[in-house]
Design a protein around this ligand. Structure first.
Ligand code: AMP
Length: 358
């Protein structure tokens, strides 16, 4: 990796006025480290691999330069906007992340006066509305892999004109079992394109993908400030006493917004019932919950109406829940990378507690 002098303002990054104006409105004072390091390379059209967690500002890292590239193409008449084509494709592992990324992009694009179209597509909801949204193509498509393949099969969208591919949370995408879908999608993309890959961790699968996919990439690996200042504690408890200890801690510490991880969907409901018997109301969040239920629970948790949320690992990634005071591993995660994702949900001064049987 070559050493770079880090730009400290968004203007120095080479961003154009409509974006700078929006960032000022959003009160982004200065680029985050990943933005400072990656945005100039993305604007230059380079391939980029970045090691970055949710919370690092990675969405803006790809969203801002992509918007700027589209604007330049529109100005030079390159963007024809005809047919069912997408020009920028962002692949994400979960529906929540798809919505979140698309919302962020739309927010960054408000000063382009509606000339840039962004569509999010994901499973679990009706495909028809998404097919309609894709009529006439889209500049930016944010998609989960499975639904995108369905839409391609139905001829609702074509990938032949994609000139930038973003793989967001690549490790999560592969660990959620999207390997097959991903390779199908990659085979449908043009060879010549810019590729940006973001991943919190780099297990072998991601490394293999990276080696095949990226062309002389700029590699950016950040130290996570969050991890270094976190307090991480392990409680060893007698078998059968975990719930008692957990309930005691929740009451004693009076935590607001405690996120508790378990390893299986059915454990969510089971633990919620046990806590309820001890006078603690907890909401549950996992893959079997319908989309509207998941949104409702998440909004309640973010707003502070729900104090205790029990979740499977699907909630560990991609959710824009910032600075949680405490993350609890009721079951230890299955892999070190899942542990990293879980603790990535806690804030700088946060705590991570793991309960282990003795
Ligand atoms: P992300 O890592 O993309 O999920 O972003 C995490 C949060 O940081 C989001 O709520 C962004 O709106 C916010 N954010 C991103 N970049 C900046 C910045 N330079 N200054 C302040 N907030 C930011």
């Amino acid at each position: 990796m070559t050493s770079v002098t880090m730009p400290t303002t968004f203007t120095e990054l080479g961003l154009i006025t409509p974006l700078l104006a929006r960032l000022a409105e959003l009160q982004y004072q200065q680029p985050t480290p990943i933005q400072a390091q990656a945005i100039p390379s993305v604007l230059d059209g380079r391939d980029v691999i970045a090691g970055a967690n949710t919370g690092s500002g990675k969405t803006a890292t790809f969203a801002l330069p992509l918007l700027q590239q589209i604007r330049a193409d529109i100005s030079s008449g390159k963007q024809n906007g005809k047919g069912n084509f997408a020009t920028k494709l962002i692949l994400v592992p979960t529906r929540e992340l798809a919505k979140q990324v698309a919302d962020s992009i739309k927010s960054y694009a408000v000063h382009f006066n509606g000339e840039i179209k962004t569509v999010a597509v994901f499973g679990g909801v009706s495909i028809n509305t998404q097919m309609q949204a894709l009529r006439g193509g889209t500049d930016i498509l944010v998609a989960t892999p499975g639904r995108l393949l369905d839409l391609i099969t139905s001829n609702a969208i074509k990938l032949d004109k994609v000139n930038t591919l973003v793989l967001d949370e690549a490790d999560r995408m592969l660990s959620l079992g999207f390997t097959e879908e991903l390779s199908q999608l990659l085979s449908l993309l043009p060879k010549q394109k810019q590729t940006l890959l973001f991943s919190a961790t780099f297990p072998e699968q991601v490394k293999a993908l990276t080696a095949n996919l990226l062309n002389n990439p700029v590699v950016i690996q950040l130290q996570s400030a969050d991890e270094s200042t976190l307090v991480q504690r392990v409680f060893t408890v007698n078998k059968g006493d975990k719930t008692v200890v957990l309930a005691h801690l929740i009451k004693q510490q009076q935590w607001r917004q405690a996120l508790i991880f378990v390893n299986a969907k059915r454990h969510c409901e089971h633990l919620a019932k046990k806590l309820d018997k001890r006078g603690i109301t907890a909401a549950v969040f996992h893959g079997d919950k319908g989309q509207s239920e998941r949104s409702r629970v998440l909004d309640g948790f973010k707003a502070g109406d729900i104090d205790v949320l029990i979740a499977t690992d699907i909630a560990a990634r991609g959710l824009d829940i910032e600075k949680l005071p405490v993350v609890i591993n009721f079951n230890l995660p299955r892999s070190p990378s899942d542990y990293m994702h879980r603790i990535g949900r806690s804030g700088r001064a946060g705590e991570v507690l793991s309960l282990i049987h003795i």
